[in-house]
Design a protein around this ligand. Structure first.
Ligand SMILES: Nc1ncnc2c1ncn2[C@@H]1O[C@H](COP(=O)(O)OP(=O)(O)OP(=O)(O)O)[C@@H](O)[C@H]1O
Ligand SMILES: [Mg+2]
Length: 475
């Protein structure tokens, strides 16, 4: 019952009272006026007065009651409006025991339940958002009309500020395969899978679009860049190995067939052919050894036996082991000195690193006539340098020479027995030590291969860096 109805009822009630008083007054007055009975006249006056007193009392009481009830109803209306506006904390004062209080208590209970349900819903919504944001996959929900409904943090990073809820997906994303997949799912309500390569530069995503029960679609994008790169690298590796093995094998096959077909080959020809066969067999042997070494250092099971070793000792061992070969080739080997600091290293693995770098320096910088090897102490590591003064490497090749099978001059490298795996092996070993490797070179000005090894955690190394201690200048 609204306050207006109550006001009307109150009016009717007052009118009835007035009417009753007037009727009583009129009927009795008329009737009694014409009767001679004085008793009735007294009755008439008393009735009139009592009617008037009753009216005087009833009107203010009814007005107070009506205004109270009306105020309570106004509070109920305000409460309902607050609930409708989402203020589920609104409550009514339901302390009385009348019907209105019972109704107010029931409304309070409903609001409380609504509040609890909303809180539960909100908490599951937040949990879901955190879960979706922590996913590695990009997720975006699309409305049946093709508008962005919601997206997780990964998707926002990929698509950038263009991806705004309420905007058409076509305005935010330009990949045609992704858009076609979404369109297909929205139109036919079926799953769609695909591959998006134009979403972000250099990245490839596997698309999975599924229809949502309420209409629209949910798109999940899985970053397949590294998987595709690994597959490509594996394919290239197999192709390279096959190519590298086929060249010497074809040569061996050719010479062996010639020898078989010639019933009486001269001793000279036989010797020459056998020499070529041996050279190619050795090349294949070297290649398989390098492949095995590479497989070993690339394996997740590759373990180094790290121990504190003096940088100066490591360098001296390297100079000693290559010394003989250097003397034969007429190249001068110089030591640039090395600090006494202890580095964490596996001596056998480091022997392989120095061996490969020095062999390269000898092989490719013959004209340089000089190789310089040294080390210097940095803040938390020691930097080793193997420098030659040969033809050097031009800048476009510098980034790639540490890749498997990469050779600047394939023909020349193959001629000198190179497989193109040496630097890849070196890089893996240095990185397994926690170090870095790079090459500084200019065409015509020699090449300086540099790598670092972390200092061993010893009190000696914790002290201030000391100046490099010089080892003998020339070996
Ligand atoms: N000191 C150097 N001066 C000039 N070029 C070099 C030098 N060291 C390496 N290179 C270039 O880098 C390429 C890769 O070297 P890497 O040691 O990996 O292979 P390789 O020497 O050809 O074969 P191997 O696997 O037998 O060592 C070489 O083919 C060569 O072109
Ligand atoms: Mg090499």
């Amino acid at each position: 019952m609204t306050p207006k109805v109550f006001t009307k009822l109150l009016g009717v009630f007052v009118l009835l009272l007035v009417f009753q008083t007037v009727v009583i007054e009129f009927v009795f007055h008329r009737f009694v006026e014409h009767t001679p009975d004085g008793m009735l006249r007294v009755l008439d006056r008393e009735t009139l007065w009592s009617g008037l007193i009753a009216l005087a009392l009833a009107v203010p009481i009814a007005a107070v009651l009506a205004s109270r009830i009306s105020a309570r109803f106004r509070r109920v209306v305000t409460f309902a409006r607050r609930i409708a506006a989402g203020d589920l904390a609104a409550r009514l004062d339901a302390t009385g025991s009348d019907e209105l209080s019972t109704m107010e208590a029931a409304l309070n209970q409903t609001a409380e339940r609504l509040g609890e349900n909303f809180a539960e819903l909100e908490s599951s919504r937040r949990e879901l958002a955190v879960m979706l944001d922590s996913m590695q996959e990009a997720v975006v929900a699309i409305t049946p009309a093709g508008f962005v409904r919601w997206s997780n943090a990964v998707m926002q990073r990929i698509a950038g500020s263009q991806l705004v809820p309420g905007r058409p997906l076509v305005h935010s994303v330009r990949d045609p395969e992704l858009l076609a997949c979404v369109r297909g799912t929205l139109e036919r309500h079926e799953l769609c899978a695909g591959r998006a390569s134009l979403l972000a530069p250099g990245r490839v995503f596997e698309i999975s679009a599924a229809p949502l029960p309420s209409g629209g679609a949910l798109v999940v994008l899985h970053d397949a860049t590294s998987i595709e790169a690994a597959q490509k690298s594996r394919r290239e590796f197999v192709a390279n190995v096959s190519h590298e093995l086929r060249t010497p094998l074809t040569s061996i096959q050719g010479y062996v067939e010639t020898l078989i077909e010639d019933p009486n080959p001269s001793a000279e020809t036989t010797l020459e052919f056998l020499g070529v066969i041996l050279k190619n067999a050795s090349r294949m042997n070297r290649l398989t050894e390098d492949l095995l070494a590479l497989a070993s250092v690339e394996s997740p099971d590759y373990k180094l036996s790290l121990q504190p070793v003096r940088a100066s000792v490591l360098l001296q061992d390297a100079l000693d082991s290559i010394g003989g070969i250097v003397v034969d080739s007429g190249v001068k080997l110089q030591s640039g000195g090395a600090p006494d600091a202890l580095v964490m290293a596996d001596p056998d693995a480091m022997h392989q690193v120095f061996g490969n770098l020095m062999e390269n320096a000898l092989k490719y910088a013959k004209d340089g006539k000089r190789i310089r090897a040294g080390a210097r102490l940095l803040d938390s590591e020691v930097q080793f340098t193997i420098q030659d003064f040969g033809p050097g490497i031009s800048s476009e090749h510098l980034e790639r020479i540490f890749e498997r099978f990469y050779r600047v001059d394939k023909a020349r490298s193959r001629e000198s027995g190179g497989t193109g795996l040496g630097l890849a092996i070196v890089k893996h070993i240095v990185q397994a030590h926690g170090g870095r490797i790079w090459c500084e070179s200019e065409l015509g000005n020699g090449a300086a291969f540099q790598f670092t090894l972390p200092l061993a955690p010893t009190p000696q190394n914790a002290a201030q860096p000391q100046p490099a201690q010089q080892t003998p200048a020339v070996v």
